[in-house]
Design a protein around this ligand. Structure first.
Ligand SMILES: CCCCCCCCCCCCCCCC(=O)SCCNC(=O)CCNC(=O)[C@H](O)C(C)(C)COP(=O)(O)OP(=O)(O)OC[C@H]1O[C@@H](n2cnc3c(N)ncnc32)[C@H](O)[C@@H]1OP(=O)(O)O
Length: 135
């Protein structure tokens, strides 16, 4: 796995499973949304709401007890929006074995105090992931 800091890291619990006993894809999407939302509001310095979710895939599976790390970066910015692409990597609970379990892209729009789209305050070249998030 590349040397990078996760946006969030969390352990899958029994409540996060699907009817077949595996980890629920919706839970994975939620974790990715939490990571992406954290990055978007932090870099965007304000309220950031999701306007689209695209390109999701689930190339691997994980089990209860495994640890999920969500990595992401801003890949594009518009006038009022930023696009965040994400990877979710699971680590087996009792080992260093990792597998990519999900990927996807969220587009966020920054809102002003009245809830209307407002221009980003950042330059496109400054829209980099916040470093050193891994303690
Ligand atoms: C089974 C369980 C599963 C669980 C799995 C859950 C996973 C997924 C959870 C997500 C969770 C998020 C985590 C925290 C944050 C929230 O919870 S946010 C809550 C959900 N989102 C919302 O409530 C947003 C609702 N939408 C809106 O209020 C309006 O659409 C918005 C976002 C204000 C935009 O309004 P608008 O009139 O379209 O504004 P407009 O000025 O025309 O466009 C603004 C920008 O949006 C872009 N845009 C507009 N429409 C679109 C579109 N359709 N596509 C792409 N871009 C668009 C425009 O291109 C423009 O970009 P810029 O060129 O300015 O950069």
């Amino acid at each position: 796995m590349p040397d990078r800091s996760p946006l969030i890291r969390v352990t899958a619990m029994p409540a996060d499973t699907n009817p077949y006993g595996g980890v629920f894809g919706g839970w994975l999407m939620s974790q990715m949304a939490l990571g992406a939302g954290s990055l978007a509001s932090r870099v965007g310095e304000g309220v950031a709401v999701v306007v689209s979710a695209t390109d999701f895939a689930f190339p691997g599976k994980m089990a209860v007890g495994d640890e999920l790390s969500v990595y992401g970066e801003i890949i594009a910015t518009g006038n009022t929006s930023m696009t965040v692409t994400l990877e979710a990597i699971a680590r087996e609970r009792n080992s260093e074995v990792t597998v990519k379990v999900a990927q996807g892209t969220f587009k966020f729009v920054l809102l002003d105090d009245e809830g209307r789209p407002r221009p980003l305050r950042i330059a496109a070249e400054a829209a980099q992931p916040v470093p050193e998030n891994d303690g």
